[in-house]
Design a protein. Sequence first.
Length: 525
Amino acid sequence: MKVNQLTEHYSVTAQISPDDIERVRAMGIDVLINNRPDGEAADQPHSSELQALAEAAGLEYHYLPVVPNQLTVETAQALDRILSREKPTLAFCRTGNRSTQVLELRNRIAADSSGERSVQVLVVGGGAGGLATAASLLKRDHRLDVAIVEPKSEHYYQPGWTLVGGGVFSRDQTIREMAPLIPRGARWIKDAVQEFQPETNRVLLESGTVINYQMLVVSAGIKLDWDRVEGLSETLGQNGVTSNYNLDTAPQTWRNIQALKSGRAVFTQPPMPIKCAGAPQKAMYLAADHWLRSGNLKNINIDFYNAGGVLFGVQDYVPALEKYVEKYGINLEFNKNLVVVDGPAKKAFFENTEGQREEVGFDMLHVSPQQCAPNFVKPLANEAGWVDVDQATLRHTRFDNVYSLGDICSTPNAKTAAAVRKQAPVVAHNLIAQLKGDESVAIYDGYGSCPLIVERGKVVLAEFGYGGKLLPTMPLWLLNGKQPTWAGWFLKATMLPPIYFDLMLQGREWLAAPEITSAPRLATT
């Protein structure tokens, strides 16, 4: 009989026979617990027989049956009452595994009540990255203990906010209740992170609860830094100032577009990185298209002030965009960053790379805010503030049990939901492979997609990876991403929402399977 001692007072073993009772007593055991339901096997001693022999030998006997995969809180609580007396205790089942699991659940309940919890895989963030990764993990192994930390009660389909600002979607079409989106088998911890403590595998939450984890996945999103532009927060949503990056003001964008019949419309793009680098342009093109169709474009001057030096970061898509810039008569201003907004005076101030300021009057101002990593990720961050991961494996460069994806990680790819769709399977595969000691590695190639809406009904579908390499999903004869197409619009406005909610967030990796290598491969970061 092989006995495994788990604590000072608690040991487990496999199925015992009547002949083992005297040996158990000779070991100094006072309490015997039977966790195996009667009738599992023909040669299994009945609990009543073992109880009679145990009590005759002076042992305290408890029958706490555990059906496989149906461990209950009540059983764990019963074990806690037994162990509270600190008597030498031996529990058994068919192999000893269920007796071990009862103790683990008992310890977890005790930790929860004391302000500490333990979880095998902790996912921080209930946005696209967190939910997709949790779903992919549980699709691969439903036995994983997964918890998701997310304070919000609602989930937002942010790729739809451009369409809200363009009058295509309603605000409510982009909102879902969080609870139904939590993957089956995952626990939802409705709280926010206050501090990461990766050296001790702990996360401190704002409620004061401490979470101990074996593996950590960080998908905490990106911070919209509205206050970086002086005066912007005070006037946002008023005085003709709006933004599609805010769900409360995205409907205002469409109202402003409809109301403007003449004057000057200014659109801004901040320094990189930002989520969905094409979003500032999408707002501009949809507005210009409406003014063209309504006959008002000839009375409206459109300016695009871009803190960067190019219209779009992947040159292959620029010619198609330039044609629309010419079509709408848009004035392009590069290397000029928005620094001040005076809403009541309807003036915006821009700085060039040499620090020189330019004053610009406006009738409508669409602002894309500067963006940064949230402060609480600092213990996991690189010098730029982003969670520091290997760009191929998405594994942390210093903490082997930490992975990150989405807007918050340091990968040099476009920060889009399409990128998350490819990243989540990579993280799920690599994390589980690490737990199992499997040396296979999934590789992320930097894929991102930006459906650049250039008019209502036409999209330039930009798909690319690291280094600007084109990575089209569909063959060019079906969907030529370098040209504006109706098919791209259909994908953006009709197909992507169900792909997001019904496939990606459910762990269904359609057209998202990563490259798998047979040996570890790390990219240069």
